[in-house]
Structures are given as structure tokens and as C-alpha cells.
Design a protein around this ligand. Structure first.
Ligand code: ZN
Length: 423
């Protein structure tokens, strides 16, 4: 890998246009990155010279930002056999992700200034930029500095969850005016269905719909800026649409598995039981509704919910699957579903970049002067996902065996180039 220190890195090639107003979806550009600051110095016309000259089959994107990752590491290291910041970062680079937001459901969760700062030190081992979520529990209070918050409605690790809407409302009253992301599954509805036959039936669409309705209602009352994590149902989508029509500012994300798999097609995967996840895979109609919303620009972010476990744990039926390694190749599948380059720039870089830029001291998600010199280059050259090539410690992928039309050729993190060299 080229990691020599350079005063300047110059890249020329075709940049994915970020507005739909631009008639061309790719524009030839010369990008100069300052080797010392790692920031973009200038963006302009091509000269035909540079350190990296990329031809027709390559497309340059602002570095992808994944705002939903479970890197698993905390001071206890009790979950580091699943993943840690270093391995998550390597998987991210492999998939073209140059910044990630890490979830707080650790053994020792970041819930106050001290625990958050301690975890931030640990996260420095990550080779990509990291922003940490702070957790909200029944007894937590906001930190003294700006951070994004995550609320789990329904069971999670430790006591970072709420068993009723009332306790959630009491806690959120202390978080007035802040940005909060919700894992939206109503504890009441989950409780009602706890004895149903299958995982998907125990966590029905109604659990998501009810939780989104509740979360948005509470958020409106306390001027909280709500973000809905891993939206999975048409019903939930409709509730978000209605809130937006009323003028509420609600953002949402969708995970690759809810766009690609559903209860009907999951048996096409060699180990369908590994696809257990919360919220669960849904019906084909839900999946199609999410894809249509994505196409229409209603989904703010593609966020993976990268949730690594050991193979033994997946075998035993835990929920969650890894995605960082395949982030870039998966975008070719989305393009094949009619999703435009500009929509991908928006959902994979610009909007998640805006999310992290509010809290980090650097600007992410655009190829413009002053933004971080982090870029992802996709190449039209088919790749088949195989276990042996993955960098996540969990060692498997829900896409293994799948051939995507293209791959990540280079991931550039703050001016440092990581070419991808497999087969
Ligand atoms: Zn998650």
C-alpha cells in the first residue's frame, strides 16, 4: 500500500456529481490534497498530470461515511473478539468507508463526559475518522460538550434501554433541543408478541411503526431533532412522510440488508439463519417500498448497522451482521436498481458527512476546498465477495458468493492512499 508521506497528493479523474441539476452525472476534476493537513486544497480542471490518474471506468466519490457501526471495543475489551476499532477501520477502508459513527451499546457504555472521553481515546486506534454516539438510559444526562445521542427503545445491552414509553419520555425531557437517533422497536409491542413462532413475528412491523410514532411525538414536544435508525417497514416510512408533511425535520437511514434481503428471498443465502437481525428482515413489499424511497431521495443515509459477532455466535442465533467490507461493491447493486450517482453521493457521503461534521472538528462528505481529503474510488470491475478477503474479525458477509458489478479500487483517508489489491 502507498502510505509514503507526501507534501501533496494530486488525483485526476471523473467525480460523481452531487446535484441532480447537473446534467452530466460525472465531471472530470483535478483534486489536490495537502499532505500535512490532510485537507482538500483545490478542486479544478484536469491537467493530465498527478499522482493518481484515473480512467473512464473509475468514479471518484467523497469518502463514504457510515453513521451506524458497532466497532464493539471499550475499556473492558470484553467484546473485542468480535471486532475492535482497528479491525473495524480496516474493514471500513476495504469497503471505501473513510469515517464512521460508533454505537454506544458497550459493556461500559459512553454515557457521561468521563466514559465518553475514555472511549474516544480508545477509538484513536481506528485508521478512519470516528465519531462516537453517547447512550441514553433511564438515569443518564446530556454531556457537557456536543455529541450525537442514541436511544434504544426496547431491549439492548446493560440498562441502556427503556421498558416503557413513559420512562423514555421522562429521560428525553432532559435532552431538550439535542439530536437523538432512535432504535425504533416498541417494548410494549415486542412484549405482546414475545411467544410468536419466528424471529420476524416476535418483532412485527407494528413494533417499528408504533415506536417511530412515539419517538417523533416525544421529539416534537421537546424540540429534539429525531433520526430514525435502520428503517425497515413501509408503515414506518409512511409515518416519517406524514411528519415531514407537517413540517417536522426527521432524518432516517436504511441498512443494506433491508434493501437486499426479505423474508422471501433470504433462503437464497447459504446460511439464512445468519441473517437474523433487529429490526428483522421484512416482506418483499416493505423492501420494495424502501428501495423506492431511496430512489426518490427520501432516505437520508445508507448506514450499515455493521454488527459483527463470531461465527459461533451467528450459528447460535444472535442478531446482527457485518457490512463494512462490502459497502462500496454494494453500491453497484443499488445503481442496478435505478439509484442515481447523485443520490448515492447524497446518501453515502454528503448527508452522513453533514451529520458527523456537526460534532467533529473537520468537514466531511464533499469534494470541496477545506473538506477532509478523504475520497472513495469505485471501479467497474466485477468482484465476488469471499470470506477469505474480508477484514472484519467476524469473518463472514451476508453477501458472500454474490458478484457485484464493481468494487472499491482506492480508499483515500486524509490524503493517505489505500489501494485495494485483491484478485
Ligand atoms: Zn445497531
Amino acid at each position: 500500500m502507498i502510505t509514503k508521506a507526501m507534501n501533496q497528493l494530486v488525483i485526476e479523474g471523473f467525480v460523481a456529481a452531487h446535484t441532480t441539476h447537473d446534467e452530466r452525472d460525472r465531471v472530470p476534476r483535478r483534486i489536490e490534497i495537502d499532505g500535512k493537513t490532510g485537507l482538500i486544497q483545490s478542486v479544478g480542471e484536469t491537467h493530465g498530470t498527478g499522482d493518481l490518474l484515473l480512467g473512464e471506468r473509475f468514479t471518484i466519490f467523497p469518502g463514504f461515511v457510515d453513521i451506524h457501526v458497532h466497532a464493539r471495543e471499550d475499556a473492558t475489551s470484553s467484546q473485542s473478539y468480535k471486532e475492535d476499532f482497528r479491525s473495524a477501520g480496516q474493514a471500513a477502508i476495504h469497503g471505501g468507508v473513510t469515517a464512521l459513527v460508533d454505537m454506544p451499546n458497550n459493556q461500559q457504555p459512553p454515557i457521561d463526559d468521563a466514559s465518553y472521553s475514555e472511549k474516544r481515546e480508545i477509538a484513536r486506534a481506528c485508521p478512519v475518522d470516528v465519531l462516537l454516539y453517547a447512550g441514553i438510559g433511564p438515569r443518564t444526562r446530556p454531556l457537557s460538550f456536543p455529541v450525537p445521542y442514541k436511544a434504544y427503545m426496547g431491549p439492548s445491552v446493560g440498562d441502556l434501554f427503556f421498558d416503557s414509553e413513559e420512562t423514555l419520555r421522562e429521560a428525553l425531557a432532559r435532552y431538550r433541543g439535542l439530536q437523538i437517533s432512535f432504535h425504533a422497536e416498541s417494548p410494549e409491542v415486542l412484549h405482546q408478541h414475545q411467544h410468536a413462532a419466528t424471529h420476524a413475528e416476535r418483532r412485527p412491523p407494528a413494533a417499528e411503526a408504533r415506536a417511530i410514532e412515539t419517538a417523533l411525538g416525544i421529539a416534537e414536544g421537546f424540540q429534539i431533532e429525531p433520526h430514525v435508525c435502520h428503517l425497515s417497514t413501509a408503515e414506518g416510512l409512511e409515518i416519517i412522510r406524514r411528519a415531514r408533511k407537517r413540517g417536522a425535520h426527521v432524518t432516517c437511514e436504511v441498512a443494506p440488508h433491508h434493501l437486499y434481503y426479505d423474508l422471501d428471498n433470504m433462503s437464497g443465502f447459504s446460511q439464512p439463519s445468519y441473517l437474523q437481525v433487529n429490526p428483522p428482515l421484512r416482506s418483499r413489499l416493505d423492501r420494495i417500498a424502501l428501495l423506492e424511497a431511496f430512489r426518490a431521495g427520501e432516505i437520508d443515509c445508507l448506514a450499515t448497522d455493521h454488527a459483527p459477532h463470531s461465527l459461533e455466535e451467528n450459528e447460535a442465533g444472535v442478531s446482527g451482521m457485518p457490512h463494512l467490507d462490502t459497502y462500496g461493491p454494494f453500491l453497484f447493486w443499488l445503481m442496478d436498481q435505478g439509484i442515481s450517482l447523485s443520490t448515492l453521493v447524497s446518501a453515502c457521503a454528503e448527508r452522513p458527512g453533514k451529520f458527523v461534521s456537526r460534532y467533529l472538528s473537520s468537514r466531511h462528505g464533499k469534494i470541496e476546498k477545506g473538506f477532509v481529503g478523504s475520497l472513495t474510488v469505485l471501479e467497474e470491475r466485477p468482484i465476488t465477495v469471499r470470506r477469505g478477503t474480508l477484514r472484519t474479525r467476524s469473518g463472514w458477509s451476508p453477501f458472500e458468493g454474490v458478484t457485484f458489478r464493481g468494487r472499491v479500487s482506492h480508499t483515500i483517508v486524509r490524503g493517505r492512499v489505500y489501494p485495494q489489491v485483491e484478485d
